[in-house]
Design a protein around this ligand. Structure first.
Ligand code: ARG
Length: 516
Protein backbone atom coordinates (compact mmCIF):
# COMPACT_ATOMS: atom_id res chain seq x y z
CA UNK A 1 0.00 0.00 0.00
CA UNK A 2 1.27 3.45 -0.90
CA UNK A 3 0.57 5.52 2.21
CA UNK A 4 1.39 8.79 0.52
CA UNK A 5 -1.08 8.17 -2.24
CA UNK A 6 -3.81 6.98 0.14
CA UNK A 7 -3.36 10.00 2.38
CA UNK A 8 -3.41 12.29 -0.64
CA UNK A 9 -6.75 10.78 -1.62
CA UNK A 10 -8.12 11.29 1.92
CA UNK A 11 -7.05 14.94 1.73
CA UNK A 12 -8.75 15.42 -1.61
CA UNK A 13 -11.98 13.75 -0.52
CA UNK A 14 -12.07 15.74 2.73
CA UNK A 15 -11.36 18.99 0.90
CA UNK A 16 -14.27 18.29 -1.43
CA UNK A 17 -16.64 17.49 1.42
CA UNK A 18 -15.64 20.26 3.81
CA UNK A 19 -14.32 23.05 1.66
CA UNK A 20 -15.79 22.48 -1.77
CA UNK A 21 -12.33 21.82 -3.22
CA UNK A 22 -12.17 20.62 -6.80
CA UNK A 23 -9.58 19.56 -9.30
CA UNK A 24 -6.86 18.60 -6.81
CA UNK A 25 -4.45 16.04 -8.23
CA UNK A 26 -3.50 13.12 -6.02
CA UNK A 27 0.01 12.75 -7.48
CA UNK A 28 0.77 16.38 -6.71
CA UNK A 29 -0.61 16.19 -3.20
CA UNK A 30 1.28 12.96 -2.57
CA UNK A 31 4.52 14.58 -3.72
CA UNK A 32 3.97 17.48 -1.31
CA UNK A 33 3.66 15.15 1.69
CA UNK A 34 6.69 15.49 3.91
CA UNK A 35 8.35 13.14 6.34
CA UNK A 36 8.60 15.04 9.63
CA UNK A 37 12.02 15.24 11.29
CA UNK A 38 10.75 13.31 14.30
CA UNK A 39 7.97 10.83 14.71
CA UNK A 40 6.25 12.82 17.45
CA UNK A 41 5.08 15.01 14.61
CA UNK A 42 3.55 12.05 12.83
CA UNK A 43 4.59 9.79 9.96
CA UNK A 44 3.64 12.27 7.29
CA UNK A 45 2.93 15.97 7.29
CA UNK A 46 1.12 18.08 4.75
CA UNK A 47 1.81 21.83 4.49
CA UNK A 48 -1.65 23.30 3.86
CA UNK A 49 -0.36 26.54 2.39
CA UNK A 50 0.02 24.49 -0.78
CA UNK A 51 -3.79 24.42 -0.98
CA UNK A 52 -4.40 28.06 -0.07
CA UNK A 53 -4.61 29.21 -3.63
CA UNK A 54 -6.87 26.43 -4.87
CA UNK A 55 -9.20 26.59 -1.86
CA UNK A 56 -8.91 30.35 -1.34
CA UNK A 57 -8.45 30.00 2.42
CA UNK A 58 -5.59 30.56 4.86
CA UNK A 59 -3.51 27.44 5.70
CA UNK A 60 -4.59 27.22 9.34
CA UNK A 61 -8.25 27.24 8.46
CA UNK A 62 -7.65 24.49 5.91
CA UNK A 63 -5.68 22.31 8.30
CA UNK A 64 -8.30 22.66 11.05
CA UNK A 65 -11.17 21.82 8.73
CA UNK A 66 -9.41 18.82 7.15
CA UNK A 67 -8.15 17.38 10.44
CA UNK A 68 -11.72 17.16 11.68
CA UNK A 69 -12.91 15.60 8.44
CA UNK A 70 -10.35 12.86 7.79
CA UNK A 71 -10.97 9.39 9.23
CA UNK A 72 -9.49 6.17 7.95
CA UNK A 73 -8.90 2.90 9.71
CA UNK A 74 -5.17 2.91 9.00
CA UNK A 75 -4.82 6.37 10.60
CA UNK A 76 -4.70 6.46 14.36
CA UNK A 77 -4.79 10.24 14.52
CA UNK A 78 -4.75 13.39 12.37
CA UNK A 79 -3.62 16.65 13.97
CA UNK A 80 -3.72 20.22 12.82
CA UNK A 81 -0.65 22.18 13.92
CA UNK A 82 0.05 25.67 12.63
CA UNK A 83 -1.17 25.09 9.13
CA UNK A 84 0.24 21.59 8.93
CA UNK A 85 -1.70 18.36 8.90
CA UNK A 86 0.16 15.66 10.80
CA UNK A 87 -0.80 12.08 10.04
CA UNK A 88 -0.21 9.25 12.49
CA UNK A 89 -0.48 5.84 10.99
CA UNK A 90 -1.75 3.05 13.17
CA UNK A 91 1.45 1.25 14.27
CA UNK A 92 0.33 -2.29 13.66
CA UNK A 93 -1.31 -1.50 10.33
CA UNK A 94 1.80 0.35 9.23
CA UNK A 95 4.06 -2.61 10.06
CA UNK A 96 1.67 -5.05 8.48
CA UNK A 97 1.32 -3.20 5.18
CA UNK A 98 5.03 -2.57 4.81
CA UNK A 99 6.12 -6.08 5.77
CA UNK A 100 3.48 -7.60 3.52
CA UNK A 101 4.67 -5.54 0.57
CA UNK A 102 8.27 -6.60 1.20
CA UNK A 103 7.34 -10.29 1.45
CA UNK A 104 5.04 -10.07 -1.53
CA UNK A 105 7.52 -8.46 -3.86
CA UNK A 106 10.57 -10.30 -2.55
CA UNK A 107 13.72 -9.58 -4.53
CA UNK A 108 11.99 -6.95 -6.63
CA UNK A 109 10.82 -4.90 -3.64
CA UNK A 110 11.71 -1.30 -4.42
CA UNK A 111 11.50 -1.57 -8.19
CA UNK A 112 8.57 -0.04 -10.03
CA UNK A 113 9.80 -1.48 -13.32
CA UNK A 114 9.65 2.04 -14.77
CA UNK A 115 12.51 1.26 -17.15
CA UNK A 116 10.69 -1.48 -19.05
CA UNK A 117 11.20 -1.00 -22.77
CA UNK A 118 13.94 1.59 -22.27
CA UNK A 119 17.65 1.31 -22.95
CA UNK A 120 20.56 2.91 -21.14
CA UNK A 121 24.14 2.77 -22.37
CA UNK A 122 26.75 3.10 -19.64
CA UNK A 123 30.37 3.88 -20.45
CA UNK A 124 32.49 2.98 -17.44
CA UNK A 125 35.90 1.70 -16.40
CA UNK A 126 37.20 2.40 -19.95
CA UNK A 127 40.80 1.49 -19.19
CA UNK A 128 43.82 2.20 -21.33
CA UNK A 129 45.78 -0.51 -23.09
CA UNK A 130 49.31 -1.21 -21.88
CA UNK A 131 48.69 0.56 -18.60
CA UNK A 132 48.05 -1.12 -15.32
CA UNK A 133 44.72 -0.92 -13.63
CA UNK A 134 45.28 1.46 -10.72
CA UNK A 135 43.22 2.87 -7.90
CA UNK A 136 42.22 5.82 -10.09
CA UNK A 137 39.99 3.46 -12.07
CA UNK A 138 38.16 2.17 -9.05
CA UNK A 139 35.46 4.87 -8.95
CA UNK A 140 34.47 4.69 -12.60
CA UNK A 141 34.43 0.90 -12.45
CA UNK A 142 32.36 0.61 -9.29
CA UNK A 143 30.02 3.58 -9.80
CA UNK A 144 29.39 2.39 -13.35
CA UNK A 145 28.74 -1.15 -12.18
CA UNK A 146 26.41 0.02 -9.41
CA UNK A 147 24.40 2.13 -11.85
CA UNK A 148 24.30 -0.74 -14.31
CA UNK A 149 22.70 -2.92 -11.65
CA UNK A 150 20.36 -0.18 -10.48
CA UNK A 151 19.04 0.48 -13.99
CA UNK A 152 18.54 -3.23 -14.57
CA UNK A 153 16.70 -3.48 -11.28
CA UNK A 154 14.25 -0.88 -12.55
CA UNK A 155 13.67 -2.89 -15.70
CA UNK A 156 15.94 -0.98 -18.08
CA UNK A 157 17.85 -2.75 -20.78
CA UNK A 158 21.39 -1.77 -19.75
CA UNK A 159 24.42 -1.93 -22.04
CA UNK A 160 27.78 -1.74 -20.26
CA UNK A 161 30.57 -0.42 -22.48
CA UNK A 162 34.27 -0.49 -21.72
CA UNK A 163 35.46 2.24 -24.11
CA UNK A 164 39.05 1.00 -24.21
CA UNK A 165 41.83 3.53 -24.68
CA UNK A 166 43.41 1.48 -27.44
CA UNK A 167 44.47 4.04 -29.92
CA UNK A 168 47.27 6.60 -29.99
CA UNK A 169 50.84 7.24 -31.09
CA UNK A 170 52.20 5.61 -27.94
CA UNK A 171 51.29 2.20 -29.33
CA UNK A 172 53.63 2.77 -32.28
CA UNK A 173 56.41 3.48 -29.81
CA UNK A 174 55.59 0.36 -27.85
CA UNK A 175 55.85 -1.81 -30.92
CA UNK A 176 59.13 -0.18 -31.88
CA UNK A 177 60.43 -0.87 -28.37
CA UNK A 178 59.19 -4.43 -28.47
CA UNK A 179 60.85 -5.07 -31.83
CA UNK A 180 64.14 -3.75 -30.52
CA UNK A 181 64.35 -5.11 -27.01
CA UNK A 182 61.37 -7.25 -26.25
CA UNK A 183 60.59 -10.90 -26.68
CA UNK A 184 57.35 -12.79 -26.71
CA UNK A 185 57.87 -14.96 -23.65
CA UNK A 186 58.90 -12.13 -21.33
CA UNK A 187 55.85 -10.04 -22.21
CA UNK A 188 53.55 -13.05 -22.10
CA UNK A 189 54.80 -13.90 -18.61
CA UNK A 190 55.15 -10.39 -17.22
CA UNK A 191 51.98 -8.90 -18.72
CA UNK A 192 51.37 -5.18 -18.62
CA UNK A 193 54.36 -4.56 -16.34
CA UNK A 194 56.71 -5.73 -19.10
CA UNK A 195 55.00 -3.51 -21.65
CA UNK A 196 55.33 -0.53 -19.35
CA UNK A 197 59.05 -1.29 -18.92
CA UNK A 198 59.55 -1.33 -22.69
CA UNK A 199 57.72 1.95 -23.04
CA UNK A 200 59.70 3.64 -20.28
CA UNK A 201 62.96 2.46 -21.85
CA UNK A 202 61.84 3.71 -25.24
CA UNK A 203 61.16 7.20 -23.92
CA UNK A 204 64.45 7.31 -22.06
CA UNK A 205 66.47 6.24 -25.08
CA UNK A 206 64.53 8.45 -27.47
CA UNK A 207 65.86 11.47 -25.59
CA UNK A 208 69.35 10.55 -26.81
CA UNK A 209 68.34 9.06 -30.11
CA UNK A 210 65.77 11.05 -32.07
CA UNK A 211 65.61 8.35 -34.77
CA UNK A 212 63.69 6.17 -32.34
CA UNK A 213 60.71 8.52 -32.47
CA UNK A 214 60.63 8.18 -36.25
CA UNK A 215 60.56 4.45 -35.77
CA UNK A 216 57.65 4.80 -33.36
CA UNK A 217 55.76 7.02 -35.79
CA UNK A 218 56.39 4.56 -38.61
CA UNK A 219 54.93 1.70 -36.55
CA UNK A 220 51.96 3.77 -35.60
CA UNK A 221 51.32 4.52 -39.26
CA UNK A 222 51.50 0.79 -39.92
CA UNK A 223 48.84 0.14 -37.30
CA UNK A 224 46.67 2.78 -38.92
CA UNK A 225 47.24 1.32 -42.39
CA UNK A 226 46.33 -2.13 -41.17
CA UNK A 227 49.77 -3.69 -41.67
CA UNK A 228 49.37 -7.34 -40.56
CA UNK A 229 52.49 -7.52 -38.40
CA UNK A 230 51.76 -4.23 -36.62
CA UNK A 231 48.18 -5.27 -36.00
CA UNK A 232 49.17 -8.67 -34.76
CA UNK A 233 51.53 -7.23 -32.15
CA UNK A 234 49.12 -4.52 -31.15
CA UNK A 235 46.19 -6.89 -30.77
CA UNK A 236 48.36 -9.15 -28.72
CA UNK A 237 49.28 -6.22 -26.40
CA UNK A 238 45.61 -5.58 -26.12
CA UNK A 239 44.74 -9.12 -25.16
CA UNK A 240 47.55 -9.23 -22.59
CA UNK A 241 46.23 -6.02 -20.99
CA UNK A 242 42.69 -7.32 -20.99
CA UNK A 243 43.76 -10.61 -19.44
CA UNK A 244 45.34 -8.65 -16.58
CA UNK A 245 42.26 -6.45 -16.23
CA UNK A 246 39.93 -9.43 -16.40
CA UNK A 247 41.45 -10.78 -13.17
CA UNK A 248 40.56 -7.54 -11.41
CA UNK A 249 37.06 -7.46 -12.93
CA UNK A 250 36.54 -11.03 -11.71
CA UNK A 251 37.48 -10.14 -8.15
CA UNK A 252 35.17 -7.13 -8.29
CA UNK A 253 32.33 -8.98 -10.02
CA UNK A 254 32.17 -6.48 -12.88
CA UNK A 255 31.06 -7.29 -16.42
CA UNK A 256 30.66 -5.51 -19.74
CA UNK A 257 28.51 -6.10 -22.78
CA UNK A 258 30.93 -4.40 -25.14
CA UNK A 259 34.63 -3.67 -25.30
CA UNK A 260 34.35 -1.39 -28.32
CA UNK A 261 37.12 1.08 -27.62
CA UNK A 262 38.69 3.99 -29.42
CA UNK A 263 40.21 1.93 -32.24
CA UNK A 264 36.82 0.40 -32.99
CA UNK A 265 35.87 3.77 -34.46
CA UNK A 266 38.78 3.98 -36.93
CA UNK A 267 36.46 3.43 -39.87
CA UNK A 268 33.47 5.23 -38.36
CA UNK A 269 34.83 8.76 -38.14
CA UNK A 270 34.83 9.71 -41.82
CA UNK A 271 31.02 9.92 -42.02
CA UNK A 272 31.06 12.17 -38.94
CA UNK A 273 33.70 14.42 -40.49
CA UNK A 274 31.74 14.56 -43.76
CA UNK A 275 28.59 15.38 -41.85
CA UNK A 276 30.31 18.15 -39.88
CA UNK A 277 31.60 19.59 -43.12
CA UNK A 278 28.23 19.35 -44.87
CA UNK A 279 26.63 21.16 -41.96
CA UNK A 280 29.24 23.90 -42.23
CA UNK A 281 30.52 23.29 -38.74
CA UNK A 282 34.18 22.66 -39.59
CA UNK A 283 36.59 25.57 -39.70
CA UNK A 284 40.22 25.58 -40.62
CA UNK A 285 42.56 26.83 -37.94
CA UNK A 286 46.32 26.73 -38.60
CA UNK A 287 45.84 23.69 -40.78
CA UNK A 288 43.69 21.88 -38.23
CA UNK A 289 39.93 21.34 -38.46
CA UNK A 290 37.93 22.61 -35.52
CA UNK A 291 34.37 23.30 -34.43
CA UNK A 292 34.21 26.80 -33.05
CA UNK A 293 32.51 26.79 -29.66
CA UNK A 294 33.31 30.32 -28.67
CA UNK A 295 29.64 31.42 -28.78
CA UNK A 296 29.04 28.85 -26.05
CA UNK A 297 31.95 29.98 -23.91
CA UNK A 298 34.14 26.99 -24.65
CA UNK A 299 37.45 26.48 -26.44
CA UNK A 300 37.16 24.96 -29.93
CA UNK A 301 36.67 21.21 -30.36
CA UNK A 302 39.69 19.93 -32.26
CA UNK A 303 38.44 17.37 -34.78
CA UNK A 304 41.42 16.80 -37.09
CA UNK A 305 45.03 17.72 -36.46
CA UNK A 306 46.95 19.43 -39.23
CA UNK A 307 48.51 16.06 -40.17
CA UNK A 308 45.01 14.68 -40.59
CA UNK A 309 45.04 12.63 -37.36
CA UNK A 310 41.79 12.27 -35.45
CA UNK A 311 41.44 13.03 -31.75
CA UNK A 312 39.79 11.78 -28.60
CA UNK A 313 36.66 13.84 -29.26
CA UNK A 314 36.47 12.73 -32.91
CA UNK A 315 36.29 9.16 -31.63
CA UNK A 316 33.74 10.06 -29.01
CA UNK A 317 31.53 11.70 -31.63
CA UNK A 318 31.64 8.52 -33.70
CA UNK A 319 31.05 6.44 -30.56
CA UNK A 320 28.02 8.49 -29.49
CA UNK A 321 26.46 8.16 -32.94
CA UNK A 322 27.26 4.46 -33.11
CA UNK A 323 25.63 3.88 -29.72
CA UNK A 324 22.52 5.74 -30.79
CA UNK A 325 22.31 3.85 -34.12
CA UNK A 326 23.04 0.48 -32.53
CA UNK A 327 21.19 0.57 -29.23
CA UNK A 328 18.65 3.38 -29.78
CA UNK A 329 19.32 4.48 -26.24
CA UNK A 330 16.97 6.51 -24.09
CA UNK A 331 19.95 7.49 -21.99
CA UNK A 332 23.67 7.41 -22.55
CA UNK A 333 25.84 7.86 -19.47
CA UNK A 334 29.57 8.51 -19.27
CA UNK A 335 30.98 7.61 -15.88
CA UNK A 336 34.21 9.57 -16.14
CA UNK A 337 36.26 11.75 -13.78
CA UNK A 338 35.22 15.38 -13.45
CA UNK A 339 38.53 16.47 -15.02
CA UNK A 340 36.94 15.59 -18.34
CA UNK A 341 34.02 17.91 -17.76
CA UNK A 342 35.00 20.26 -20.58
CA UNK A 343 35.48 17.37 -22.99
CA UNK A 344 31.94 16.16 -22.40
CA UNK A 345 30.41 19.61 -22.57
CA UNK A 346 32.14 20.08 -25.91
CA UNK A 347 31.07 16.66 -27.09
CA UNK A 348 27.41 17.19 -26.25
CA UNK A 349 27.45 20.69 -27.74
CA UNK A 350 28.87 19.45 -31.04
CA UNK A 351 26.22 16.70 -31.15
CA UNK A 352 23.59 19.35 -30.58
CA UNK A 353 25.00 21.57 -33.33
CA UNK A 354 24.95 18.57 -35.65
CA UNK A 355 21.22 18.47 -35.08
CA UNK A 356 21.17 15.20 -33.15
CA UNK A 357 18.27 15.72 -30.85
CA UNK A 358 19.29 12.77 -28.70
CA UNK A 359 22.25 14.77 -27.37
CA UNK A 360 19.79 15.64 -24.57
CA UNK A 361 19.88 12.04 -23.42
CA UNK A 362 23.64 12.05 -22.97
CA UNK A 363 25.01 12.77 -19.55
CA UNK A 364 28.43 12.99 -17.96
CA UNK A 365 28.23 11.21 -14.61
CA UNK A 366 31.26 12.83 -13.03
CA UNK A 367 33.12 11.78 -9.91
CA UNK A 368 35.96 13.07 -7.76
CA UNK A 369 39.58 12.09 -7.38
CA UNK A 370 40.96 9.29 -5.26
CA UNK A 371 43.99 9.78 -3.12
CA UNK A 372 45.58 7.19 -0.89
CA UNK A 373 46.24 7.86 2.78
CA UNK A 374 46.57 11.63 2.06
CA UNK A 375 48.95 11.13 -0.87
CA UNK A 376 47.90 12.26 -4.30
CA UNK A 377 48.79 9.64 -6.81
CA UNK A 378 50.97 10.28 -9.77
CA UNK A 379 52.17 7.73 -12.25
CA UNK A 380 54.98 9.99 -13.31
CA UNK A 381 56.35 10.29 -9.82
CA UNK A 382 55.91 6.61 -9.18
CA UNK A 383 53.19 7.05 -6.54
CA UNK A 384 50.67 4.54 -7.82
CA UNK A 385 48.52 2.02 -6.06
CA UNK A 386 47.59 -0.85 -8.31
CA UNK A 387 44.10 -2.09 -7.91
CA UNK A 388 45.03 -5.73 -7.82
CA UNK A 389 47.56 -5.11 -5.03
CA UNK A 390 45.02 -3.05 -3.14
CA UNK A 391 42.41 -5.80 -3.34
CA UNK A 392 44.82 -8.53 -2.26
CA UNK A 393 46.02 -6.38 0.63
CA UNK A 394 42.40 -5.84 1.63
CA UNK A 395 41.77 -9.58 1.59
CA UNK A 396 44.82 -10.37 3.70
CA UNK A 397 44.04 -7.60 6.17
CA UNK A 398 40.50 -8.92 6.52
CA UNK A 399 41.94 -12.41 6.98
CA UNK A 400 44.07 -11.18 9.86
CA UNK A 401 41.13 -9.45 11.54
CA UNK A 402 39.02 -12.61 11.23
CA UNK A 403 41.87 -14.61 12.76
CA UNK A 404 41.78 -12.27 15.75
CA UNK A 405 38.03 -11.92 16.14
CA UNK A 406 36.65 -15.28 15.08
CA UNK A 407 39.45 -17.85 14.96
CA UNK A 408 36.91 -20.69 14.90
CA UNK A 409 35.17 -19.49 11.71
CA UNK A 410 34.94 -22.24 9.07
CA UNK A 411 35.51 -20.77 5.60
CA UNK A 412 37.93 -18.03 6.59
CA UNK A 413 39.44 -17.50 3.15
CA UNK A 414 36.13 -17.07 1.39
CA UNK A 415 34.86 -14.72 4.07
CA UNK A 416 38.09 -12.71 4.03
CA UNK A 417 37.68 -12.25 0.31
CA UNK A 418 34.09 -11.07 0.64
CA UNK A 419 34.84 -8.74 3.53
CA UNK A 420 38.08 -7.34 2.08
CA UNK A 421 36.77 -6.67 -1.40
CA UNK A 422 33.40 -5.53 -0.05
CA UNK A 423 35.15 -3.04 2.22
CA UNK A 424 36.96 -1.44 -0.71
CA UNK A 425 33.88 -1.36 -2.93
CA UNK A 426 31.67 0.08 -0.19
CA UNK A 427 34.25 2.73 0.56
CA UNK A 428 34.29 4.09 -2.99
CA UNK A 429 30.51 4.04 -3.21
CA UNK A 430 29.97 5.68 0.15
CA UNK A 431 30.60 9.32 -0.67
CA UNK A 432 28.62 11.58 -2.87
CA UNK A 433 30.31 10.76 -6.16
CA UNK A 434 31.48 14.26 -6.97
CA UNK A 435 33.54 14.45 -3.77
CA UNK A 436 37.22 13.60 -3.77
CA UNK A 437 37.96 10.58 -1.64
CA UNK A 438 40.94 9.73 0.44
CA UNK A 439 41.35 6.02 0.90
CA UNK A 440 42.37 4.95 4.39
CA UNK A 441 42.76 1.34 5.39
CA UNK A 442 41.55 1.80 8.93
CA UNK A 443 38.41 3.59 7.71
CA UNK A 444 37.57 1.13 4.95
CA UNK A 445 38.16 -1.93 7.11
CA UNK A 446 36.60 -0.63 10.28
CA UNK A 447 34.09 -3.13 11.62
CA UNK A 448 31.99 -0.38 13.19
CA UNK A 449 30.18 2.56 11.69
CA UNK A 450 29.03 2.97 8.12
CA UNK A 451 31.49 0.64 6.48
CA UNK A 452 31.35 -2.37 4.20
CA UNK A 453 32.30 -4.83 6.95
CA UNK A 454 29.61 -3.44 9.23
CA UNK A 455 26.92 -3.64 6.56
CA UNK A 456 27.97 -7.22 5.75
CA UNK A 457 27.90 -8.09 9.43
CA UNK A 458 24.39 -6.67 9.75
CA UNK A 459 23.33 -8.59 6.68
CA UNK A 460 24.64 -11.82 8.20
CA UNK A 461 22.72 -11.11 11.40
CA UNK A 462 19.53 -10.46 9.44
CA UNK A 463 20.00 -13.75 7.59
CA UNK A 464 20.28 -15.57 10.87
CA UNK A 465 17.06 -13.96 12.13
CA UNK A 466 15.35 -15.02 8.91
CA UNK A 467 16.66 -18.59 9.29
CA UNK A 468 15.19 -18.75 12.78
CA UNK A 469 11.93 -17.21 11.57
CA UNK A 470 11.72 -19.91 8.93
CA UNK A 471 11.51 -22.53 11.66
CA UNK A 472 8.45 -21.02 13.30
CA UNK A 473 5.00 -21.10 11.73
CA UNK A 474 2.95 -18.98 14.12
CA UNK A 475 0.74 -16.34 12.54
CA UNK A 476 2.48 -12.96 12.62
CA UNK A 477 1.29 -10.53 15.25
CA UNK A 478 2.00 -7.05 13.93
CA UNK A 479 1.12 -5.32 17.17
CA UNK A 480 4.48 -6.72 18.34
CA UNK A 481 6.12 -4.27 15.94
CA UNK A 482 4.53 -1.22 17.53
CA UNK A 483 7.51 -0.21 19.68
CA UNK A 484 9.69 2.68 18.46
CA UNK A 485 12.74 0.55 17.56
CA UNK A 486 10.72 -1.81 15.41
CA UNK A 487 8.91 1.12 13.87
CA UNK A 488 12.24 2.67 12.90
CA UNK A 489 13.09 -0.44 10.94
CA UNK A 490 9.65 -0.54 9.34
CA UNK A 491 10.04 3.07 8.31
CA UNK A 492 13.41 2.34 6.66
CA UNK A 493 11.85 -0.50 4.73
CA UNK A 494 9.03 1.72 3.63
CA UNK A 495 11.36 4.48 2.45
CA UNK A 496 13.69 2.15 0.58
CA UNK A 497 11.84 2.24 -2.78
CA UNK A 498 11.86 6.02 -2.78
CA UNK A 499 15.57 6.11 -2.02
CA UNK A 500 16.26 3.76 -4.91
CA UNK A 501 14.22 5.92 -7.26
CA UNK A 502 16.10 9.02 -6.17
CA UNK A 503 19.46 7.25 -6.59
CA UNK A 504 18.45 6.25 -10.10
CA UNK A 505 17.23 9.69 -10.99
CA UNK A 506 20.43 11.36 -9.78
CA UNK A 507 22.75 8.54 -10.88
CA UNK A 508 24.02 8.53 -7.33
CA UNK A 509 24.74 5.10 -5.84
CA UNK A 510 25.84 6.67 -2.54
CA UNK A 511 22.18 7.35 -1.76
CA UNK A 512 21.80 3.60 -1.45
CA UNK A 513 25.03 2.90 0.45
CA UNK A 514 24.34 5.70 2.91
CA UNK A 515 20.68 4.96 3.41
CA UNK A 516 20.02 4.39 7.11
N1 ARG B 1 40.16 6.01 -21.35
C1 ARG B 1 39.77 7.29 -20.85
C2 ARG B 1 40.65 7.69 -19.65
O1 ARG B 1 41.22 6.83 -19.02
C3 ARG B 1 38.34 7.34 -20.40
C4 ARG B 1 37.33 7.14 -21.49
C5 ARG B 1 35.97 7.56 -21.09
N2 ARG B 1 34.96 7.33 -22.08
C6 ARG B 1 34.78 8.05 -23.17
N3 ARG B 1 33.85 7.70 -24.00
N4 ARG B 1 35.50 9.13 -23.43
O2 ARG B 1 40.74 8.86 -19.37
Amino acid sequence: MDFKLSIANEIIAAAERALGGAGLQSAEIAAALEIPPNTEMGDYAFPCFKLSKALRKPPMMISDALAAEIHADYLSRVESVKGYLNFFIDRATYAEKVVEAVLDQGESYGSDNSGAGKTVVLDYSSINIAKRFHIGHLSTTMIGNALYKLYKFFGWNAVGVNHLGDWGTQFGKMIAAYKRWGDHDTVAAGGVDEMVKLYVRFNAEAKENEALNDEGRAWFKKIEDGDPEALEIFNWFKSVTLKDAERVYDILGVKFDSYAGESFYNDKMQPIIDDLRAKNLLKEDQGAQIVDLEPYGMPPALILRSDGATLYITRDLAAAKYRQDTYHFDKSLYVVAYQQDLHFRQLFKVLELMGYDWYKNCEHVAFGMVSFESQTLSTREGRVVYLEDLLYTAISKARRIIEEKSPELENKNAVARQVGVGAVVFFVLYNNRIKDIDFYWDRALNFDGETGPYVMYTHARCCSVLRKAGECDAKPDFTALADPEAQDVVRLLEQFPEVLRAALQKNEPSMVTRFS
